[in-house]
Design a binder for this molecule. Structure first.
Ligand code: IMP
Ligand code: MG
Length: 178
């Protein structure tokens, strides 16, 4: 697997530092809250499981599996929910855990969907952000690292469902997917 990478852009040690920084921030911002943490499957499961173990507030965990179609300026009707939350989130503070924000389509639809479920607050924590690819005004409230427009794998991120188990994040060689 390692030989399929052009370059490692976030090492295991850097991931650890990012987790500590994000958790410190979240532990301050949500110190007096009970949180519903929503893990967006499958890409975010490793990031989410590492992050929640550093959080100190009471929280519950939900998993969602979603995909989006088309233009994010139209309603959440374009969100395909394959796995929904299992408990009512009405009135709850929600934190979406996402692996990477690329165009922002998935998250803008998901955020709208959760707001329509009447969550009292919906925020986004993303491990990686590729702002140069954004097609809407969505941005993470908490962000691990901003990266250039490259296709990356590892630490939950896949190409054709592979590479998720790499303990670091790297740029995939173009010849693997072209
Ligand atoms: P968006 O709706 O364009 O923001 O798509 C976000 C989703 O696309 C992420 O949750 C990932 O599953 C996938 N994705 C985007 N960029 C990458 C990448 O560089 N590597 C792996 N998956 C990616
Ligand atoms: Mg994903």
């Amino acid at each position: 697997m390692h030989n399929d990478l052009k370059e490692i852009i976030v090492t295991t040690e850097e991931i650890d530092n990012i987790l500590t920084r994000l958790a410190n921030r979240l532990n301050i911002d949500y110190a007096d809250d009970e949180l519903v943490v929503i893990t967006v499957l499958c890409g975010s499961m490793i990031f989410a499981s590492d992050l929640v173990r550093r959080l100190t507030m009471p929280l519950t965990m939900e998993c969602m599996k979603v995909s989006s179609y088309g233009n994010s300026s139209v309603s959440s009707g374009t969100l395909n929910v394959q796995l929904d939350v299992q408990h009512d989130i009405k009135g709850k503070k929600v934190l979406i855990i996402e692996d990477i924000i690329d165009t922002g389509n998935t998250l803008s639809h998901l955020k709208k969907y959760l707001e329509e479920c009447q969550a009292s607050d919906v925020k986004i924590c993303a491990m990686l952000d590729k702002p140069s690819r954004r097609t809407n005004n969505i941005s993470p409230d908490y962000c691990g690292m901003t990266i250039p427009d490259e296709f990356v794998v590892g630490y939950g991120l896949d190409y054709a469902e592979k590479y998720r188990n790499l303990p670091y994040i790297g740029i995939l060689k173009k010849e693997i997917y072209e």
